[in-house]
Write a protein that binds this ligand. Structure first.
Ligand code: CAA
Length: 379
């Protein structure tokens, strides 16, 4: 077993860490207040190669692998979780198009996504009545001559108000998962309307919007993969996406532990730093150990993906463990800060709110357990 990072992985991690420390950590509260990640921040991330970490260099990506991607995601989330989710979905969309697209689709969209011409990409799977169960989706795509006409509603679409391209799932055939296909829809296509931003508990600088498709016509060349093959594309994309959200959760947790450690050594009570009290040490120790365990689950899942081995189960275990760990670690970090931790003056309350969604999006903890249980029962 080799736990060392290779040169590329170490370099990607350093690049992401330096950017996160210089730009994101000092400005995350400002981004949250403005409810927006500035365009120039996303542009700089693209220039640093962070929008296509695991995308072939022939398409403008960094081609640094899935482990490098997880490391970069963790570092970005340490600075700003909202920026991290924008990066996560854009990387996922880039990878999906690079993996399943035709040569023309790959060459049209991937360089724009990873190079920053597009601010973001969006993944439009969920609907008001189809979240955990995408097989219940009602959006349809119907052939009309050389086009597809899409009608329906999408919900919870990350970066939907600033995406250059959307991967949109719609029903082209019968009921259930076998009747679904995926399409590439450009931002601004007539018939695609972006709804009002959700007023969320956390990751408030990242936008989450509903989409309405009303006779939205796209060319037949917009079909991604084969007709009826959309559900499998979504599941494979989500396997990778879950490693990314696991890494995001880890980054949020690591950031909260850093904050708690710093505060505990500075804050004096009863004549000494509170870090000298066992009550505080045990909170830090539990957080440290639990994050380390989650880290190896995330890295193993990323390594399996990079090694082109099956990793659905491991991605689900990584995401479940990292997201639930991040929540506990943030909660303890707030506790270490006492009353100050409950105010906006310190980052831990934001980190706690931001961490909560990692147990929900990219598949809830319950869906991760369902995936894990299926594997456990198979033996
Ligand atoms: N890889 C490849 N194929 C897969 C697969 C995977 N990981 N998982 C399932 N499939 C295939 C199955 O083999 C099966 O194929 P056949 O029909 O050929 O046998 C087909 O897909 C149907 O599979 P299931 O019967 O297992 O499907 P299901 O309806 O029981 O659903 C599920 C399984 C795991 C519950 C799935 O629906 C799921 O993951 N739900 C959660 C959805 C989710 O994560 N949504 C997140 C939204 S995106 C988001 O949050 C992004 C963001 O903005 C941050």
């Amino acid at each position: 077993m080799d736990f060392e990072l290779n040169e590329t992985q170490a370099m990607v991690r350093e690049t992401a860490r330096a950017f996160s420390d210089r730009v994101l950590r000092p400005r995350a509260a400002e981004f949250e207040r403005a409810e927006r990640i500035p365009s120039e921040v996303l542009k700089e991330m693209a220039e640093l190669g962070l929008m296509g970490v695991n995308v072939p260099s022939a398409l403008g990506g960094s081609e640094a692998g899935a482990v490098s991607y997880a490391l970069a995601m963790k570092e970005i989330a340490r600075g700003c979780a909202a920026t991290a989710v924008t990066m996560a979905v854009t990387n996922m969309v880039s990878e999906v198009i690079a993996g399943f697209g035709t040569a023309a689709q790959r060459e049209t969209y991937v360089p724009r996504l990873v190079g920053g011409e597009y601010e973001a990409g969006s993944f439009a799977l969920s609907e008001p009545g189809a979240g955990s169960d995408p097989g219940a989706m009602r959006t349809t795509a119907v052939r009309r001559g050389e086009s597809w006409v899409i009608n329906g509603d999408k919900q919870w679409i990350t970066s939907g108000d600033r995406a250059g391209v959307f991967v949109v799932w719609a029903r082209t055939g019968g009921p259930g998962t076998a009747g679904l296909s995926a399409f590439l829809v450009e931002g601004g296509t007539p018939g695609l309307r972006v709804g009002k931003r959700e007023d969320k508990m956390g990751i408030r600088a990242s936008s989450t919007v509903p989409l309405v498709f009303e006779d939205c016509e796209v060319p037949s060349s917009a079909l991604l993969g084969v007709e009826g093959g959309g559900f499998k594309i979504a599941m494979m994309a989500l396997d990778g996406g879950r490693v990314g959200i696991g890494a995001q959760a880890l980054g949020i947790g690591e950031g909260a532990l850093d904050d708690a450690r710093r505060y505990a050594t500075e804050r004096q009570q009863f004549g000494k730093a509170i870090a000298e009290f066992q009550a505080v040490q045990w909170m830090l120790a539990d957080s440290h150990a639990e994050l380390d365990a989650a880290r190896w689950l995330v890295m193993r899942a990323a390594w399996l993906k990079e090694s082109k081995r099956p990793f659905s189960q491991e991605a689900a275990m990584a995401k479940l463990t990292a997201s639930e760990t991040a929540w506990r670690v943030c909660n303890r970090a707030v506790q270490v800060h006492g009353g100050y931790g409950y105010t906006r003056e310190f980052a831990v309350e934001r980190r706690m709110r931001d961490s909560r969604v990692t147990m929900i999006y990219e598949g809830t903890s319950e869906i991760q357990r369902l995936v894990i249980a299926r594997g456990a029962l198979r033996g």
